[in-house]
Design a protein around this ligand. Sequence first.
Ligand SMILES: Cc1ncc(COP(=O)(O)O)c(C=O)c1O
Length: 377
Amino acid sequence: MSNVTSKKLFTPGPLGCTRTVKEAMLRDVGSRDAEMIDVIRDIREELLDVAGVSSKEYTAVLMQGSGTFCVEAVFQTACPRQGARVLLMINGAYGKRMKTICDRLGIAADCCEFREDEMVDPLKVEEQLRAGGGDYCLAAAVHCETSSGVVNPVGELGRLVAERLPGALYLVDAMSSLGAVPLDAAAARADFVVSSANKCLQGVPGFSFVLARRGPLRRCEGNSRSLSLDLAQQAEGLDALGQFRFTPPTHALLAFRQALREFQLEGGVPARARRYRENWRILQEGMSAMGFRKLLSGKGEGYIISTYHFPRHRNFSFDHFYASLSEMGQVIYPGKVTQADCFRIGNIGDLHPQDMAHLLRCIEEVLARMAVPVPVP
Ligand SMILES: Cc1ncc(COP(=O)(O)O)c(C=O)c1O
């Protein structure tokens, strides 16, 4: 174990985090201990601050498990057991995953689908709703569709939902954007904003959370078919006792409190956005100079993750490219869009401009070793 070093993760997650965040986990704290109750309280308060929402209107509900657990918990909690129908605005894998969740739960879902390289278009959603829609209890959209990198106009979509579907609650999956891409949850009329500890807030994996509007959450009591994914009961437990109902991820919580301190020291959302934007700019310039073609072209393109087409050259093999970079300590990610052969490079987590520049040098070296000419065809 002595020579084990961390690789740099240019992925959508898990993401690299600072040594100090990892060091915060080197202590055991009892789950019912006053210190852990303080940690949980601090995190819940701080998350509302990160999202810029008031504690009068919203509450932060922490839940064991990765981001998908919280997304599923929202469907469990927001949809009545009988006759629920939802509207899903989909332009990628994470929107499609919501459909899978609904299918598993027996929730009827109408989908407003878009291409994976396009934003969800509020005008087209409105057109579809005019043509006829159901009596929806929930509408849902993804903020940054991490499968491609496209950022959806969740504010406009929220206003549309409020206007056209006054009976529906609104879920925003802000998994890969919260803390780094500005989101005015209250102006978007979002009732549930979901994110996870190990994305742009740079904690370690282990739990996710929902910023939930208090009134609607209370009204959802009794809906959940699942005991462990019942957000209303989880919120009740957290409010009444300051504790998780079931064994909490204590070490991940300690790490997250440290990650939030580092987030504030860095300068909050504007500073994190600035660093990620700069990482992204360096990546774009370097990849473009090497001839790589992006999947997205302008509209809706975010600065969290980028998708590139495979070079068209017989010597290029993604598996070989990936493995060679990994041997050099640089972990990139396979593509997740269905319409093209692509790979992804993320620039979030504990990554800095010098890391992006180093990755570009490694990519150039691997292409040379593979005898793929630069600029790539
Ligand atoms: C937008 C979005 N939604 C949902 C998820 C699922 O989160 P997890 O893999 O933590 O379950 C991810 C993961 O990257 C994501 O980016």
